[in-house]
Design a protein around this ligand. Structure first.
Ligand code: TEU
Ligand code: CA
Length: 563
Protein backbone atom coordinates (compact mmCIF):
# COMPACT_ATOMS: atom_id res chain seq x y z
CA UNK A 1 0.00 0.00 0.00
CA UNK A 2 1.07 3.58 -0.59
CA UNK A 3 3.00 5.30 2.17
CA UNK A 4 1.32 8.56 3.14
CA UNK A 5 1.50 11.08 5.98
CA UNK A 6 -1.96 10.37 7.32
CA UNK A 7 -1.16 6.70 7.79
CA UNK A 8 1.96 7.60 9.73
CA UNK A 9 0.21 10.23 11.88
CA UNK A 10 -1.25 10.16 15.37
CA UNK A 11 -4.41 12.26 15.72
CA UNK A 12 -5.55 14.07 18.88
CA UNK A 13 -9.24 14.94 19.22
CA UNK A 14 -10.19 18.21 20.93
CA UNK A 15 -13.65 18.88 22.32
CA UNK A 16 -13.14 22.63 22.65
CA UNK A 17 -15.87 23.36 25.20
CA UNK A 18 -14.03 21.20 27.73
CA UNK A 19 -10.39 21.67 26.78
CA UNK A 20 -9.18 24.94 28.33
CA UNK A 21 -10.94 28.20 29.20
CA UNK A 22 -8.76 31.26 28.59
CA UNK A 23 -11.14 33.99 29.81
CA UNK A 24 -12.91 32.69 32.88
CA UNK A 25 -16.42 32.33 31.45
CA UNK A 26 -16.37 28.60 32.23
CA UNK A 27 -16.30 27.54 28.58
CA UNK A 28 -13.24 26.21 26.79
CA UNK A 29 -12.23 28.31 23.78
CA UNK A 30 -9.82 28.75 20.89
CA UNK A 31 -7.39 30.95 22.82
CA UNK A 32 -7.38 28.21 25.44
CA UNK A 33 -6.21 25.73 22.81
CA UNK A 34 -3.58 28.21 21.59
CA UNK A 35 -2.21 28.39 25.14
CA UNK A 36 -1.87 24.60 25.24
CA UNK A 37 -0.25 24.00 21.85
CA UNK A 38 3.12 23.28 23.42
CA UNK A 39 1.43 20.59 25.49
CA UNK A 40 0.18 18.91 22.29
CA UNK A 41 3.60 19.29 20.69
CA UNK A 42 5.19 17.68 23.77
CA UNK A 43 2.82 14.74 23.48
CA UNK A 44 4.04 14.35 19.90
CA UNK A 45 0.77 14.24 17.96
CA UNK A 46 0.80 15.09 14.24
CA UNK A 47 -2.80 16.08 13.67
CA UNK A 48 -5.59 17.66 15.69
CA UNK A 49 -9.24 16.93 14.95
CA UNK A 50 -11.19 19.86 16.31
CA UNK A 51 -14.85 19.22 17.12
CA UNK A 52 -17.24 21.88 15.74
CA UNK A 53 -16.35 25.51 16.54
CA UNK A 54 -18.82 27.12 14.13
CA UNK A 55 -21.67 29.43 15.07
CA UNK A 56 -24.28 27.36 16.86
CA UNK A 57 -27.11 27.73 19.37
CA UNK A 58 -25.56 24.68 21.08
CA UNK A 59 -28.57 22.44 21.30
CA UNK A 60 -26.08 19.61 20.63
CA UNK A 61 -22.84 21.42 21.57
CA UNK A 62 -21.92 22.70 18.13
CA UNK A 63 -23.23 19.79 16.07
CA UNK A 64 -26.15 22.10 15.26
CA UNK A 65 -24.54 24.72 13.03
CA UNK A 66 -26.18 28.06 12.21
CA UNK A 67 -23.24 29.49 10.21
CA UNK A 68 -20.62 27.24 8.63
CA UNK A 69 -18.28 30.15 7.91
CA UNK A 70 -17.99 31.80 11.27
CA UNK A 71 -16.81 30.90 14.77
CA UNK A 72 -19.10 30.49 17.78
CA UNK A 73 -18.62 33.70 19.82
CA UNK A 74 -18.16 31.67 23.03
CA UNK A 75 -15.12 30.07 21.40
CA UNK A 76 -13.64 33.24 19.87
CA UNK A 77 -13.33 34.77 16.42
CA UNK A 78 -12.10 33.83 12.98
CA UNK A 79 -8.92 35.74 13.80
CA UNK A 80 -8.36 33.51 16.84
CA UNK A 81 -8.95 30.51 14.60
CA UNK A 82 -6.36 31.76 12.06
CA UNK A 83 -3.89 32.18 14.91
CA UNK A 84 -4.64 28.68 16.13
CA UNK A 85 -4.04 27.22 12.68
CA UNK A 86 -0.78 29.15 12.29
CA UNK A 87 0.35 28.02 15.76
CA UNK A 88 -0.33 24.42 14.87
CA UNK A 89 1.41 24.62 11.51
CA UNK A 90 4.44 26.25 13.15
CA UNK A 91 4.70 23.18 15.35
CA UNK A 92 4.23 20.76 12.47
CA UNK A 93 0.70 19.87 13.59
CA UNK A 94 -2.06 19.60 11.00
CA UNK A 95 -5.68 20.58 11.62
CA UNK A 96 -8.78 18.55 10.72
CA UNK A 97 -12.10 20.38 11.05
CA UNK A 98 -15.44 18.72 11.78
CA UNK A 99 -17.73 18.74 8.76
CA UNK A 100 -21.36 18.44 9.87
CA UNK A 101 -23.41 18.35 6.69
CA UNK A 102 -26.10 15.77 7.33
CA UNK A 103 -28.01 18.53 9.11
CA UNK A 104 -27.80 22.16 10.17
CA UNK A 105 -29.28 24.05 13.07
CA UNK A 106 -32.91 25.13 12.70
CA UNK A 107 -31.44 28.61 13.25
CA UNK A 108 -29.37 28.40 10.06
CA UNK A 109 -30.60 31.05 7.57
CA UNK A 110 -31.23 28.28 5.01
CA UNK A 111 -33.71 26.68 7.37
CA UNK A 112 -35.32 29.98 8.33
CA UNK A 113 -36.07 30.56 4.63
CA UNK A 114 -37.02 26.94 4.08
CA UNK A 115 -39.56 27.13 6.86
CA UNK A 116 -40.83 30.58 5.83
CA UNK A 117 -42.30 29.55 2.50
CA UNK A 118 -43.13 26.45 0.51
CA UNK A 119 -42.26 28.46 -2.60
CA UNK A 120 -38.74 29.35 -1.47
CA UNK A 121 -35.82 27.68 -3.27
CA UNK A 122 -34.59 26.84 0.23
CA UNK A 123 -37.66 24.64 0.86
CA UNK A 124 -35.84 21.90 -1.05
CA UNK A 125 -32.70 22.25 1.09
CA UNK A 126 -34.45 20.20 3.77
CA UNK A 127 -36.79 17.22 3.87
CA UNK A 128 -40.42 18.31 4.18
CA UNK A 129 -43.38 15.96 3.94
CA UNK A 130 -47.13 15.96 4.52
CA UNK A 131 -48.45 14.00 7.48
CA UNK A 132 -50.33 10.72 7.10
CA UNK A 133 -53.81 10.62 8.64
CA UNK A 134 -52.91 13.34 11.12
CA UNK A 135 -49.68 11.61 12.12
CA UNK A 136 -46.03 11.79 11.19
CA UNK A 137 -45.05 10.89 7.61
CA UNK A 138 -43.39 7.69 8.88
CA UNK A 139 -42.54 5.86 12.12
CA UNK A 140 -38.79 6.46 12.33
CA UNK A 141 -37.28 7.10 15.77
CA UNK A 142 -34.81 9.91 16.30
CA UNK A 143 -31.36 9.03 17.71
CA UNK A 144 -32.14 11.37 20.59
CA UNK A 145 -35.59 9.90 21.30
CA UNK A 146 -39.12 10.50 19.94
CA UNK A 147 -40.02 10.87 16.27
CA UNK A 148 -37.67 12.11 13.54
CA UNK A 149 -40.51 14.41 12.37
CA UNK A 150 -41.35 17.87 13.67
CA UNK A 151 -44.61 19.53 12.71
CA UNK A 152 -44.53 23.07 11.43
CA UNK A 153 -47.82 24.89 12.06
CA UNK A 154 -47.39 27.62 9.48
CA UNK A 155 -46.96 25.33 6.49
CA UNK A 156 -48.80 22.32 7.92
CA UNK A 157 -45.93 19.99 6.98
CA UNK A 158 -43.32 18.03 8.90
CA UNK A 159 -39.53 18.26 8.54
CA UNK A 160 -37.14 15.37 9.13
CA UNK A 161 -34.49 15.41 11.87
CA UNK A 162 -32.51 12.24 12.64
CA UNK A 163 -31.08 13.95 15.73
CA UNK A 164 -32.74 16.74 17.77
CA UNK A 165 -35.60 18.82 16.41
CA UNK A 166 -33.12 21.69 16.27
CA UNK A 167 -31.03 19.66 13.78
CA UNK A 168 -33.11 19.43 10.56
CA UNK A 169 -31.62 17.04 7.98
CA UNK A 170 -30.36 18.52 4.74
CA UNK A 171 -31.79 17.27 1.46
CA UNK A 172 -28.78 15.90 -0.43
CA UNK A 173 -31.02 15.10 -3.40
CA UNK A 174 -30.88 18.83 -4.19
CA UNK A 175 -27.84 19.69 -6.39
CA UNK A 176 -27.96 23.36 -5.35
CA UNK A 177 -27.57 22.38 -1.69
CA UNK A 178 -24.64 20.13 -2.56
CA UNK A 179 -22.96 22.94 -4.49
CA UNK A 180 -23.28 25.26 -1.47
CA UNK A 181 -21.65 22.66 0.76
CA UNK A 182 -18.78 22.18 -1.67
CA UNK A 183 -18.24 25.95 -1.85
CA UNK A 184 -18.10 26.09 1.94
CA UNK A 185 -15.56 23.25 2.01
CA UNK A 186 -13.37 25.09 -0.54
CA UNK A 187 -13.51 28.19 1.67
CA UNK A 188 -12.04 26.30 4.64
CA UNK A 189 -9.54 24.41 2.50
CA UNK A 190 -8.27 27.65 0.99
CA UNK A 191 -7.71 28.88 4.53
CA UNK A 192 -5.34 25.97 4.96
CA UNK A 193 -7.21 23.27 6.85
CA UNK A 194 -5.69 19.83 6.39
CA UNK A 195 -8.81 17.73 6.25
CA UNK A 196 -12.26 16.92 7.57
CA UNK A 197 -13.87 14.51 9.98
CA UNK A 198 -17.31 14.01 8.46
CA UNK A 199 -20.16 13.72 10.93
CA UNK A 200 -22.58 10.81 10.25
CA UNK A 201 -21.58 11.05 6.61
CA UNK A 202 -23.13 7.69 5.73
CA UNK A 203 -26.59 9.04 6.62
CA UNK A 204 -26.82 11.74 3.93
CA UNK A 205 -28.70 9.59 1.39
CA UNK A 206 -32.22 8.59 2.39
CA UNK A 207 -34.17 5.85 0.60
CA UNK A 208 -36.81 7.21 -1.80
CA UNK A 209 -40.29 7.22 -0.30
CA UNK A 210 -38.90 7.16 3.27
CA UNK A 211 -40.71 3.87 4.03
CA UNK A 212 -41.89 2.90 7.51
CA UNK A 213 -39.42 0.90 9.59
CA UNK A 214 -40.47 -2.61 10.63
CA UNK A 215 -42.12 -2.79 14.05
CA UNK A 216 -39.40 -4.54 16.10
CA UNK A 217 -40.14 -3.30 19.62
CA UNK A 218 -43.34 -2.23 21.34
CA UNK A 219 -42.38 1.44 20.97
CA UNK A 220 -44.33 3.86 18.82
CA UNK A 221 -41.22 4.93 16.90
CA UNK A 222 -38.80 2.43 15.38
CA UNK A 223 -35.21 2.58 14.27
CA UNK A 224 -35.24 3.21 10.50
CA UNK A 225 -31.51 2.96 9.84
CA UNK A 226 -31.92 0.59 6.91
CA UNK A 227 -33.53 3.48 5.01
CA UNK A 228 -30.97 6.17 5.76
CA UNK A 229 -27.66 4.52 6.68
CA UNK A 230 -25.42 3.67 3.69
CA UNK A 231 -28.32 4.86 1.52
CA UNK A 232 -28.71 4.42 -2.24
CA UNK A 233 -26.90 7.58 -3.41
CA UNK A 234 -24.16 7.73 -0.73
CA UNK A 235 -21.30 6.71 -3.02
CA UNK A 236 -22.53 8.96 -5.81
CA UNK A 237 -22.59 11.99 -3.46
CA UNK A 238 -19.16 11.20 -2.03
CA UNK A 239 -17.72 10.66 -5.51
CA UNK A 240 -19.01 14.08 -6.48
CA UNK A 241 -17.57 15.66 -3.33
CA UNK A 242 -14.21 14.08 -4.07
CA UNK A 243 -14.26 15.20 -7.69
CA UNK A 244 -15.47 18.74 -6.98
CA UNK A 245 -13.50 19.43 -3.80
CA UNK A 246 -11.24 16.94 -2.07
CA UNK A 247 -9.20 15.79 -5.07
CA UNK A 248 -7.86 19.35 -5.43
CA UNK A 249 -6.02 19.35 -2.07
CA UNK A 250 -3.58 17.14 -0.14
CA UNK A 251 -5.90 16.55 2.78
CA UNK A 252 -7.15 13.68 4.90
CA UNK A 253 -10.77 12.67 5.36
CA UNK A 254 -12.27 10.46 8.01
CA UNK A 255 -15.90 9.52 7.83
CA UNK A 256 -17.95 8.96 10.95
CA UNK A 257 -19.97 5.96 9.81
CA UNK A 258 -22.14 4.13 12.33
CA UNK A 259 -23.36 0.68 11.35
CA UNK A 260 -20.98 -0.17 8.55
CA UNK A 261 -19.67 -3.62 7.69
CA UNK A 262 -16.10 -4.15 6.53
CA UNK A 263 -17.49 -4.38 2.98
CA UNK A 264 -18.79 -0.82 3.31
CA UNK A 265 -15.47 0.08 4.93
CA UNK A 266 -13.50 -1.21 1.96
CA UNK A 267 -15.79 0.49 -0.55
CA UNK A 268 -15.55 3.82 1.28
CA UNK A 269 -11.80 3.85 1.96
CA UNK A 270 -10.46 1.81 -0.96
CA UNK A 271 -7.05 3.17 -1.91
CA UNK A 272 -7.97 3.70 -5.58
CA UNK A 273 -11.75 3.55 -5.73
CA UNK A 274 -12.83 4.91 -2.34
CA UNK A 275 -13.94 8.47 -1.67
CA UNK A 276 -12.64 8.83 1.88
CA UNK A 277 -9.27 7.99 3.42
CA UNK A 278 -10.53 6.26 6.54
CA UNK A 279 -13.58 5.92 8.71
CA UNK A 280 -14.76 5.40 12.26
CA UNK A 281 -16.59 2.10 12.52
CA UNK A 282 -18.61 1.43 15.71
CA UNK A 283 -18.71 -2.35 16.05
CA UNK A 284 -16.31 -2.45 19.00
CA UNK A 285 -18.34 0.30 20.68
CA UNK A 286 -21.33 -2.05 20.55
CA UNK A 287 -19.90 -5.02 22.45
CA UNK A 288 -21.33 -3.75 25.75
CA UNK A 289 -24.78 -2.88 24.42
CA UNK A 290 -27.83 -5.05 24.87
CA UNK A 291 -28.00 -6.94 21.55
CA UNK A 292 -31.74 -6.20 21.45
CA UNK A 293 -31.27 -2.44 21.73
CA UNK A 294 -31.13 -0.50 18.49
CA UNK A 295 -29.98 2.87 19.74
CA UNK A 296 -26.66 3.13 21.51
CA UNK A 297 -25.96 4.18 25.09
CA UNK A 298 -29.31 2.98 26.41
CA UNK A 299 -28.19 -0.28 27.99
CA UNK A 300 -25.46 -1.98 29.97
CA UNK A 301 -24.18 -5.35 28.93
CA UNK A 302 -21.09 -7.27 30.09
CA UNK A 303 -18.53 -7.26 27.29
CA UNK A 304 -16.27 -10.19 26.49
CA UNK A 305 -12.70 -10.08 25.27
CA UNK A 306 -13.51 -12.61 22.57
CA UNK A 307 -16.01 -10.18 21.01
CA UNK A 308 -13.42 -7.42 20.99
CA UNK A 309 -10.89 -9.75 19.35
CA UNK A 310 -13.41 -10.91 16.80
CA UNK A 311 -14.53 -7.42 15.78
CA UNK A 312 -11.07 -5.86 15.65
CA UNK A 313 -9.54 -8.82 13.84
CA UNK A 314 -12.24 -8.74 11.19
CA UNK A 315 -11.58 -5.04 10.51
CA UNK A 316 -7.82 -5.60 10.52
CA UNK A 317 -7.93 -8.55 8.13
CA UNK A 318 -10.69 -7.42 5.78
CA UNK A 319 -9.27 -3.95 5.11
CA UNK A 320 -5.67 -5.13 4.81
CA UNK A 321 -4.17 -4.10 1.48
CA UNK A 322 -7.46 -2.49 0.39
CA UNK A 323 -8.72 0.29 2.66
CA UNK A 324 -7.43 1.99 5.79
CA UNK A 325 -8.58 1.71 9.41
CA UNK A 326 -8.71 4.43 12.01
CA UNK A 327 -8.38 3.31 15.61
CA UNK A 328 -10.09 4.80 18.62
CA UNK A 329 -11.23 3.58 22.01
CA UNK A 330 -13.28 6.62 22.96
CA UNK A 331 -14.46 9.99 21.71
CA UNK A 332 -16.79 12.81 22.77
CA UNK A 333 -19.82 10.50 22.39
CA UNK A 334 -18.47 7.61 24.41
CA UNK A 335 -17.62 6.67 27.98
CA UNK A 336 -13.97 6.94 28.98
CA UNK A 337 -11.93 4.00 27.66
CA UNK A 338 -10.19 3.19 30.95
CA UNK A 339 -13.54 2.92 32.76
CA UNK A 340 -15.12 0.89 29.98
CA UNK A 341 -12.40 -1.53 28.85
CA UNK A 342 -9.85 -1.25 31.66
CA UNK A 343 -10.04 -0.66 35.39
CA UNK A 344 -10.49 2.87 36.71
CA UNK A 345 -9.72 1.82 40.29
CA UNK A 346 -6.62 0.00 41.51
CA UNK A 347 -5.19 -0.66 38.03
CA UNK A 348 -6.06 2.63 36.38
CA UNK A 349 -2.50 3.44 35.35
CA UNK A 350 -1.64 -0.08 34.20
CA UNK A 351 -4.88 -0.57 32.28
CA UNK A 352 -4.73 2.88 30.65
CA UNK A 353 -1.24 2.00 29.41
CA UNK A 354 -2.47 -1.37 28.19
CA UNK A 355 -5.24 0.29 26.20
CA UNK A 356 -2.75 2.81 24.81
CA UNK A 357 -0.54 -0.06 23.67
CA UNK A 358 -3.51 -1.70 21.99
CA UNK A 359 -4.56 1.54 20.25
CA UNK A 360 -1.10 2.28 18.89
CA UNK A 361 -0.12 -1.26 17.87
CA UNK A 362 -3.18 -1.98 15.75
CA UNK A 363 -2.96 -1.44 12.00
CA UNK A 364 -4.51 1.97 11.28
CA UNK A 365 -4.25 5.61 12.32
CA UNK A 366 -4.62 6.08 16.10
CA UNK A 367 -6.93 8.76 17.51
CA UNK A 368 -6.34 9.93 21.08
CA UNK A 369 -9.31 11.65 22.72
CA UNK A 370 -8.45 14.56 25.02
CA UNK A 371 -7.77 13.41 28.58
CA UNK A 372 -7.15 9.81 27.52
CA UNK A 373 -3.40 10.55 27.66
CA UNK A 374 -3.67 11.15 31.43
CA UNK A 375 -6.11 8.32 32.09
CA UNK A 376 -9.22 10.42 32.78
CA UNK A 377 -12.16 8.31 33.95
CA UNK A 378 -15.95 8.26 33.80
CA UNK A 379 -17.79 10.43 36.28
CA UNK A 380 -20.75 9.52 38.50
CA UNK A 381 -22.63 12.75 39.09
CA UNK A 382 -25.29 12.07 41.73
CA UNK A 383 -28.08 14.05 40.11
CA UNK A 384 -29.46 14.27 36.57
CA UNK A 385 -29.25 18.04 37.12
CA UNK A 386 -25.47 17.79 36.86
CA UNK A 387 -25.72 16.47 33.28
CA UNK A 388 -25.69 18.69 30.17
CA UNK A 389 -25.85 16.36 27.16
CA UNK A 390 -29.15 16.51 25.27
CA UNK A 391 -29.06 12.77 24.62
CA UNK A 392 -28.48 11.95 28.30
CA UNK A 393 -31.28 14.27 29.44
CA UNK A 394 -33.68 12.79 26.87
CA UNK A 395 -32.83 9.22 27.88
CA UNK A 396 -33.47 10.03 31.52
CA UNK A 397 -36.82 11.65 30.72
CA UNK A 398 -37.88 8.81 28.44
CA UNK A 399 -36.84 6.08 30.88
CA UNK A 400 -38.07 7.61 34.11
CA UNK A 401 -41.06 9.70 33.04
CA UNK A 402 -42.39 7.76 30.04
CA UNK A 403 -41.39 4.19 30.81
CA UNK A 404 -41.47 4.22 34.60
CA UNK A 405 -37.90 2.95 34.98
CA UNK A 406 -36.53 3.49 38.52
CA UNK A 407 -34.37 6.64 38.66
CA UNK A 408 -31.47 4.62 40.13
CA UNK A 409 -31.59 2.21 37.20
CA UNK A 410 -31.60 5.09 34.70
CA UNK A 411 -28.68 6.73 36.53
CA UNK A 412 -26.73 3.45 36.43
CA UNK A 413 -26.95 3.45 32.62
CA UNK A 414 -26.05 7.14 32.51
CA UNK A 415 -23.04 6.60 34.78
CA UNK A 416 -21.80 3.87 32.47
CA UNK A 417 -22.69 5.32 29.08
CA UNK A 418 -23.47 9.06 29.14
CA UNK A 419 -21.62 11.17 26.60
CA UNK A 420 -20.88 13.60 29.44
CA UNK A 421 -18.38 11.06 30.80
CA UNK A 422 -16.04 12.25 28.07
CA UNK A 423 -17.08 15.89 28.29
CA UNK A 424 -16.02 16.86 31.80
CA UNK A 425 -13.25 19.50 31.69
CA UNK A 426 -9.65 18.48 31.13
CA UNK A 427 -7.93 18.17 34.48
CA UNK A 428 -4.91 20.44 34.15
CA UNK A 429 -3.83 20.61 37.79
CA UNK A 430 -5.00 20.15 41.39
CA UNK A 431 -6.30 23.72 41.84
CA UNK A 432 -9.99 24.70 41.88
CA UNK A 433 -11.99 23.34 38.91
CA UNK A 434 -8.90 21.36 37.93
CA UNK A 435 -7.30 24.52 36.56
CA UNK A 436 -9.70 24.40 33.60
CA UNK A 437 -11.28 27.77 34.35
CA UNK A 438 -11.08 30.59 36.88
CA UNK A 439 -14.88 30.87 36.65
CA UNK A 440 -17.65 28.31 36.97
CA UNK A 441 -17.27 25.47 34.47
CA UNK A 442 -20.23 24.80 32.12
CA UNK A 443 -20.20 21.22 33.41
CA UNK A 444 -18.67 20.10 36.70
CA UNK A 445 -15.19 18.68 36.77
CA UNK A 446 -14.63 15.07 37.74
CA UNK A 447 -13.97 15.06 41.51
CA UNK A 448 -10.86 12.90 40.98
CA UNK A 449 -8.90 15.85 39.51
CA UNK A 450 -6.68 16.27 42.57
CA UNK A 451 -5.14 12.90 41.83
CA UNK A 452 -5.52 12.72 38.04
CA UNK A 453 -4.25 15.81 36.24
CA UNK A 454 -1.79 16.99 33.61
CA UNK A 455 0.60 18.63 36.05
CA UNK A 456 0.99 15.37 37.95
CA UNK A 457 1.50 13.50 34.68
CA UNK A 458 4.19 15.86 33.42
CA UNK A 459 6.13 15.51 36.68
CA UNK A 460 6.03 11.72 36.72
CA UNK A 461 8.38 9.88 34.33
CA UNK A 462 6.17 6.77 34.66
CA UNK A 463 2.93 8.56 33.90
CA UNK A 464 0.37 7.47 31.34
CA UNK A 465 1.28 10.65 29.43
CA UNK A 466 4.96 9.63 29.29
CA UNK A 467 3.86 6.23 28.02
CA UNK A 468 1.82 7.81 25.19
CA UNK A 469 4.87 9.91 24.27
CA UNK A 470 6.92 6.75 24.07
CA UNK A 471 4.34 4.98 21.88
CA UNK A 472 4.16 7.94 19.51
CA UNK A 473 7.96 8.03 19.24
CA UNK A 474 8.01 4.31 18.50
CA UNK A 475 5.60 4.84 15.61
CA UNK A 476 7.98 7.42 14.09
CA UNK A 477 10.98 5.12 14.18
CA UNK A 478 9.35 1.79 13.32
CA UNK A 479 7.49 1.64 9.99
CA UNK A 480 6.32 -1.85 10.92
CA UNK A 481 3.90 -0.23 13.41
CA UNK A 482 2.30 1.68 10.54
CA UNK A 483 2.56 -0.80 7.71
CA UNK A 484 2.97 -4.28 9.23
CA UNK A 485 0.43 -7.05 8.65
CA UNK A 486 -1.77 -7.99 11.63
CA UNK A 487 -2.29 -11.56 12.79
CA UNK A 488 -4.23 -12.65 15.86
CA UNK A 489 -2.69 -15.37 18.01
CA UNK A 490 -4.15 -17.20 21.04
CA UNK A 491 -7.61 -16.64 19.56
CA UNK A 492 -9.40 -18.59 22.31
CA UNK A 493 -7.62 -17.04 25.30
CA UNK A 494 -10.17 -15.49 27.64
CA UNK A 495 -7.91 -12.86 29.25
CA UNK A 496 -5.06 -12.21 26.86
CA UNK A 497 -5.34 -10.36 23.56
CA UNK A 498 -2.13 -11.13 21.65
CA UNK A 499 -1.23 -10.44 18.04
CA UNK A 500 1.72 -9.98 15.75
CA UNK A 501 2.60 -7.39 13.14
CA UNK A 502 4.88 -8.47 10.31
CA UNK A 503 6.79 -6.41 7.78
CA UNK A 504 9.81 -7.41 5.75
CA UNK A 505 12.09 -9.55 7.94
CA UNK A 506 10.66 -8.24 11.20
CA UNK A 507 7.86 -9.14 13.52
CA UNK A 508 6.31 -7.43 16.52
CA UNK A 509 4.70 -9.47 19.25
CA UNK A 510 2.03 -7.64 21.26
CA UNK A 511 0.84 -9.19 24.52
CA UNK A 512 -2.06 -7.63 26.42
CA UNK A 513 -3.55 -9.07 29.60
CA UNK A 514 -7.02 -7.51 29.70
CA UNK A 515 -7.59 -8.85 33.23
CA UNK A 516 -6.97 -8.05 36.89
CA UNK A 517 -5.85 -11.64 37.32
CA UNK A 518 -2.44 -12.95 36.35
CA UNK A 519 -2.80 -14.82 33.06
CA UNK A 520 -0.63 -17.49 31.47
CA UNK A 521 0.82 -16.77 28.06
CA UNK A 522 2.19 -19.45 25.72
CA UNK A 523 3.83 -18.42 22.47
CA UNK A 524 2.36 -20.53 19.67
CA UNK A 525 4.79 -22.37 17.36
CA UNK A 526 3.77 -20.23 14.36
CA UNK A 527 5.73 -17.35 15.91
CA UNK A 528 9.35 -18.54 15.80
CA UNK A 529 12.21 -16.15 16.57
CA UNK A 530 15.97 -16.04 17.12
CA UNK A 531 16.33 -12.78 19.02
CA UNK A 532 13.92 -10.60 20.95
CA UNK A 533 14.00 -6.95 21.96
CA UNK A 534 11.50 -5.32 24.33
CA UNK A 535 10.14 -2.14 22.74
CA UNK A 536 7.73 -1.03 25.45
CA UNK A 537 6.02 -2.41 28.55
CA UNK A 538 3.92 -1.10 31.41
CA UNK A 539 5.76 -3.11 34.10
CA UNK A 540 9.48 -3.67 34.66
CA UNK A 541 10.53 -6.76 32.72
CA UNK A 542 13.62 -8.91 33.25
CA UNK A 543 15.68 -9.11 30.05
CA UNK A 544 16.41 -12.80 30.51
CA UNK A 545 12.78 -13.83 30.81
CA UNK A 546 11.65 -16.63 28.50
CA UNK A 547 8.77 -15.26 26.46
CA UNK A 548 7.73 -18.68 25.17
CA UNK A 549 5.90 -19.22 28.39
CA UNK A 550 5.23 -16.68 31.09
CA UNK A 551 2.60 -15.18 33.35
CA UNK A 552 1.37 -11.67 32.62
CA UNK A 553 0.53 -9.48 35.61
CA UNK A 554 -2.70 -7.46 36.05
CA UNK A 555 -3.27 -5.50 32.83
CA UNK A 556 0.30 -6.12 31.77
CA UNK A 557 1.20 -5.03 28.24
CA UNK A 558 4.42 -5.73 26.33
CA UNK A 559 5.65 -5.29 22.81
CA UNK A 560 8.67 -7.23 21.54
CA UNK A 561 10.54 -7.00 18.29
CA UNK A 562 11.38 -10.50 17.09
CA UNK A 563 13.95 -11.40 14.51
O1 TEU B 1 -22.65 11.24 16.28
C1 TEU B 1 -23.42 10.33 15.56
C2 TEU B 1 -24.01 9.27 16.36
O2 TEU B 1 -25.13 8.86 16.15
C3 TEU B 1 -23.22 8.84 17.52
O3 TEU B 1 -23.81 9.58 18.55
C4 TEU B 1 -23.24 7.42 17.91
O4 TEU B 1 -22.10 7.29 18.71
C5 TEU B 1 -23.25 6.40 16.85
O5 TEU B 1 -24.47 6.41 16.20
C6 TEU B 1 -22.96 5.00 17.37
O6 TEU B 1 -24.11 4.27 17.61
C7 TEU B 1 -22.32 12.45 15.70
C8 TEU B 1 -21.55 13.32 16.68
O7 TEU B 1 -20.33 12.70 16.99
C9 TEU B 1 -22.41 13.59 17.87
O8 TEU B 1 -21.72 14.31 18.88
C10 TEU B 1 -23.62 14.35 17.41
O9 TEU B 1 -24.52 14.51 18.47
C11 TEU B 1 -24.33 13.66 16.26
O10 TEU B 1 -23.45 13.16 15.26
C12 TEU B 1 -25.25 14.63 15.56
O11 TEU B 1 -24.48 15.59 14.86
CA1 CA C 1 -13.95 30.85 27.60
Amino acid sequence: MKQTWWKESVVYQIYPRSFYDSNGDGIGDLRGIIEKLDYLAALGVDVVWLCPVYRSPNDDNGYDISDYQDIMPEFGTLLDWEELLAGMHQRGIRLIMDLVVNHTSDEHPWFAQSRASKESAYREYYIWRDGQDGREPNNWASFFGGSVWQYDDASAQYYLHLFSKKQPDLNWENPQLRAEIYAMMHWWLRKGVDGFRMDVINMISKAPGLPDAPQVTGDRYQFGGQYFINGPRLHEFLAEMKREVLSKYDVVTVGETPMVTTEHGIALTHEELGHLNMLFQFEHMGIDEDPGATLSRRSIWPWRLRDLKQVMTRWQKDLAGKGWNSQYLTNHDMPRAVSRFGDDGQYRVESAKLLATFLHMLHGTPYIYQGEEIGMTNVKFPSIQDYRDIETLNIYREFVEDKGVAPEAAMAIIHAKSRDNARTPIQWDASAHAGFTTGTPWIKVNPNYEEINVQQALNDPNSIFAYYQQLIRLRKSNPIIVYGTYDLILEEHEQIYAFTRSWQAERLLIMLNFSKDPSDFMLPPEVPFATKELLISNYAVAAAEDIRQLTLRAFEARVYRLR
